[in-house]
Design a protein around this ligand. Structure first.
Ligand SMILES: *Cc1c(COP(=O)(O)O)cnc(C)c1O
Length: 347
């Protein structure tokens, strides 16, 4: 989280907008709260450069619920194409099977340990949509650009890169992102959807699982995660007003990632990046030590030096530096200095 956002939330904790209460104690039907939620949607669309052909939804249940909700709305009994680039897209594919869709695997990098983003696809003839995971948090890969030739609208899980770079969403119909990675507190899932696409959903979907419910009720059909929406709104304004927009944050993110990848590449093989160079993620930098026996020592010593969360996802091991928007260059430099020092001692 950006520190100015935490400070602002702290300063407003006991008295939000002169109400004499925390925002958590205001009703979600209160005019000020409704206005806050509307403004949060507007700032998000402004950041992304999107117009009224898009709608912002505030959902719950994380990306994991979207894995089921998407096929439940659009592909029960029908074919939808999936591109498998790691654990999260595998799960999305499996959920599509569970709800009775017919997922078709259009490409997969599984045979190569998900180290790259496939660039060739075997689409089915008439898929309902083409689903992909734009940033693979576990494997440290990211789509540098998106397919332009897909036979159906694209849908993407952008959880771990949302708002880290400008996006061309012209081929997309739906994008989802759990707030907890790059946006704000857990408990909020942001969905961007084209209402005309939502209209093509099947009927008789339970209300809370039906995108049209969220569109019609402006995400207030039931009680939304008000506090998380409020904090996300502060983050959006921080990106707009203090950072200067998505092109700027992309530059900052690229500088951090380049600095770290360079350190890995120039370590003479002591450190080794796990993702193929053309598919490297600027958000999640995954790497190993040439000597795997040293990895635990590396992580222990990093922790002692106040660097938390450097362990790789439990399914793959190794190291992972998640250098999200709120991580500044200095933090990356501290890590790189630590890595050089560690190599000097043990290399
Ligand atoms: C973290 C993450 C998830 C996890 O989903 P939740 O249900 O929100 O916990 C899904 N997809 C991606 C790409 C992620 O990075």
């Amino acid at each position: 989280m950006p520190v100015p956002v935490l400070e602002r939330a702290a300063a407003e904790m006991l008295d939000w907008q002169g109400t004499g209460m925390s925002i958590m104690e205001n009703s979600h039907r209160d005019k000020k709260v409704v206005a806050m939620a509307e403004e949060t949607q507007a700032v998000l669309l402004e950041l992304l450069g999107l117009g009224s052909e898009w709608k912002v939804l505030f959902c719950q249940g994380g990306a994991s619920l979207q894995f089921a909700m998407i096929p439940l709305n659009f592909a029960v009994g029908e074919v939808a194409d999936y591109i498998d680039t790691g654990m999260w897209s595998t799960k999305a594919y499996q959920e599509a099977e569970i709800v009775g869709a017919k997922p078709h695997l259009a490409a997969s990098s599984k045979a190569d340990d998900f180290t790259y983003i496939p660039r060739e696809y075997k689409y089915s003839e008439k898929p309902r949509y083409v689903y992909l995971t734009s940033n693979n948090t576990v494997r440290g890969t990211q789509w540098p650009s998106f397919p332009q030739d897909a036979p159906a609208p694209l849908i993407a899980d952008m959880s771990s890169e949302f708002l880290s770079r400008p996006l061309d969403l012209s081929k997309f119909a739906l994008v989802h992102a759990g707030a907890q990675k790059n946006v704000g507190p857990a408990g909020l899932t942001i969905v961007l959807i084209r209402p005309d696409f939502a209209e093509t959903a099947r009927k008789n979907v339970p209300h809370m699982l039906d995108y049209r419910t969220y569109i019609e009720h402006d995400s207030m059909f039931n009680t939304p995660p008000v506090f998380a929406i409020y904090v996300a709104g502060l983050v959006f304004k921080w990106l707009r007003d203090e950072i200067g927009g998505l092109a700027k944050i992309q530059k900052l993110n690229q500088a951090k990632a380049e600095y770290l990848y360079n350190a890995i590449d120039q370590s003479g093989g002591f450190y080794r990046g796990t993702a193929r160079v053309d598919s490297r993620s600027p958000m999640n930098v995954t790497f190993r030590l040439a000597n795997p026996d040293l990895e635990k020592t590396f992580l222990d010593e990093a922790k002692k030096a106040n660097m938390a969360g450097l362990n790789g996802h439990r399914s793959v091991g190794g190291m992972r530096a998640s250098i999200y928007n709120a991580v500044d260059f200095q933090a990356v430099k501290t890590l790189v200095d630590f890595m050089a020092e560690f190599q000097k001692k043990r290399g």
